[in-house]
Design a protein around this ligand. Sequence first.
Ligand SMILES: NC(=O)C1=CN([C@@H]2O[C@H](COP(=O)(O)OP(=O)(O)OC[C@H]3O[C@@H](n4cnc5c(N)ncnc54)[C@H](OP(=O)(O)O)[C@@H]3O)[C@@H](O)[C@H]2O)C=CC1
Ligand SMILES: Nc1nc(=O)c2c([nH]1)NC[C@@H]1CN(c3ccc(C(=O)N[C@@H](CCC(=O)O)C(=O)O)cc3)C=[N+]21
Ligand SMILES: [Mg+2]
Length: 296
Amino acid sequence: MAAQLIKGTEVSKAIREELKQEVQHIKEKYGVTPGLVTILVGEDPASQSYVRAKQKAAHDLGFYSVQDDRPADISEDELLKLIDQYNKDPKIDGILVQLPLPKHINETKVLYAIDPSKDVDAFHPFNVGKLMIGEPDFLPCTPAGIQELLVRSGVETSGAEVVVVGRSNIVGKPIAVMLMQKGPGANATVTVCHTRTRDVTFHTKRADILIVAAGVTEYVKGDWIKPGAVVIDVGVNEVGRTADGKRILKGDVAFDEAKEVASMITPVPGGVGPMTITMLMKNTVRACKIHHNIKE
Ligand SMILES: NC(=O)C1=CN([C@@H]2O[C@H](COP(=O)(O)OP(=O)(O)OC[C@H]3O[C@@H](n4cnc5c(N)ncnc54)[C@H](OP(=O)(O)O)[C@@H]3O)[C@@H](O)[C@H]2O)C=CC1
Ligand SMILES: Nc1nc(=O)c2c([nH]1)NC[C@@H]1CN(c3ccc(C(=O)N[C@@H](CCC(=O)O)C(=O)O)cc3)C=[N+]21
Ligand SMILES: [Mg+2]
């Protein structure tokens, strides 16, 4: 295989070790503990497994962590009241409401309800706006994880042609904004593709850095990639289960073909996914420091 693997699991481990030290330090010096609540509405098995992974990471870092499960038929009003309760709770620094929410609940309304200083997903319009103008308090977790992987792998983003496939508010749009900003780990020339793009392969073939977040299993083929490009596969698609019930996951990139063309590539699993969770932990520590006016 030609391409070097960008191992999100390993990079994550290193960052979580750094975070653990930091949590220990602020506990000892300031007597405060970062607090994270994850709110899960309903019983979708994939969402349950992601939330479990977030809780485990929080626990391992020594956070105060709360898992709040609510039935799928909770009313929008009740959910908004619950968020308000956590907004007022001084032990809680970060509030994560796992998406997607059931159809009868307006997702936008829920995201608006979270105190922006506890918005560790960075989905509130206040934080989205701050990101846009280059003044973020929190970076959205998946894009932050991608940028961290690029930087720690020594990938030059300045002047690079970046192509993003996907324009969602949680991945495509914010990663495009972040990589086009002025500053380190950015300064790229960014193109964003979506379902109305006339010729997606015309764009992907020009990319020095190709970021795929389309939600379509093995959508990007080997011959859509410029030889030597860096490929970041954000897709997490369940294609089946093993005999013992474990999820079988594939990315949005046809990995076996792509690895022969790319210079570096993220695997699925073990690429972007673990970084997303790590960046959530980083944001929670940051929120805690902001709430307690810790400036170091
Ligand atoms: N690893 C991680 O931490 C995370 C992984 N994910 C995964 O990333 C993937 C994307 O997630 P998310 O951004 O939420 O997905 P969405 O479904 O919200 O958005 C998908 C985007 O891809 C575009 N798209 C879909 N099909 C095509 C196509 N054939 N050609 C071009 N563009 C296309 C859509 O275009 P249009 O707007 O025109 O519909 C849309 O903008 C999923 O597999 C998800 O599971 C998501 C979040 C975190
Ligand atoms: N409010 C909110 N914030 C989110 O950040 C959020 C969300 N809602 N809803 C769903 C998406 C998806 N997402 C993932 C996180 C981790 C992995 C991850 O750890 N994946 C592992 C595999 C996990 C497994 O084995 O199931 C990997 O790729 O190696 C994947 C996807 C966060 N999201
Ligand atoms: Mg979505």
